[in-house]
Design a protein around this ligand. Structure first.
Ligand SMILES: C[S@@+](CC[C@H](N)C(=O)[O-])C[C@H]1O[C@@H](n2cnc3c(N)ncnc32)[C@H](O)[C@@H]1O
Length: 217
């Protein structure tokens, strides 16, 4: 998939000294370097277990909480924002989470190049950047090409769980995924702890929409 338009803008210079230390010390231990080559989850985690990829883990609190609650599942979080990656690396170390690793890179490129086809038990996309202005809608992650890529990487029966607190993005997510031939909507998936961005939305009086779609067998 060729992408001229990215779903994020990198804000520079906001990494604290503690986050910088965490990045330098912990990335070699709990990070996975981006490469244009398929990764081998069994080698990374030392076991065969269901694998969930999270796109845009933010500061990572929810990511770490979910990984702690589900020790039988392996998780790879993908985030471009340095402070968020540093913060999640620290949480992994603090909580000694053996089932969670982080990649600091564009999640779409990670999906396309590093994730083997039909290998994922799930994809988490919690509160993707809403890009509310119409001229920025092209930056939104959930587009037909994304749905096709996600379907390719999910194992049959795997879940795509997306959540947003933006009404018109919710409508877009519902439309795009409902139109994707490989997906069917299910009533609900695994329970999800509240995220940082969700709390921000709730404080603004936004309604939260969760979408769980299953990759058809
Ligand atoms: C609105 S925040 C939500 C963070 C978190 N999921 C939460 O709910 O608190 C969206 C995050 O997605 C990240 N992001 C956006 N596009 C991305 C991409 N293509 N690859 C990786 N991360 C991305 C941003 O850097 C940001 O941290």
């Amino acid at each position: 998939m060729k992408r001229a338009v990215r779903s994020y803008v990198l804000r520079q210079g906001r990494v604290t000294a503690a986050q910088e230390r965490a990045l330098a010390k912990l990335a070699p231990v709990y990070g996975i370097e981006y490469r244009e080559a398929r990764l081998d989850p069994r080698e990374i985690f030392g076991r065969a277990a269901p694998l969930v990829l999270e796109i845009g883990s933010g500061m990572g609190e929810t990511t770490a909480r979910i990984a702690k609650q589900r020790p039988d599942t392996d998780f790879i979080a993908v985030e471009v924002h340095g402070p968020g990656v540093g913060s999640l690396l620290k949480l992994i170390e603090q909580e000694q989470l053996r089932n969670l690793r982080v990649i600091r890179h564009d999640a779409l490129e990670v999906l396309e190049h590093m994730i083997p086809d039909a290998s994922l038990a799930g994809i988490h996309l919690f509160f993707p950047d809403p890009w509310p202005k119409k001229r920025h809608h092209k930056r939104r992650l959930v587009q037909p090409a994304f749905a096709a890529l996600a379907a390719l990487k999910l194992a049959p029966g795997g879940f795509l769980h997306a959540a947003t607190d933006w009404e018109d993005y919710a409508a877009q997510i519902g439309e795009v995924l409902s139109a994707a031939p490989d997906f069917e909507r299910v009533a609900r998936g695994a329970a999800r702890p509240e995220t940082k961005f969700e709390l921000r939305g709730l404080k603004l009086g936004h309604k939260v929409h969760d979408f769980v779609f299953r990759r058809r067998s």
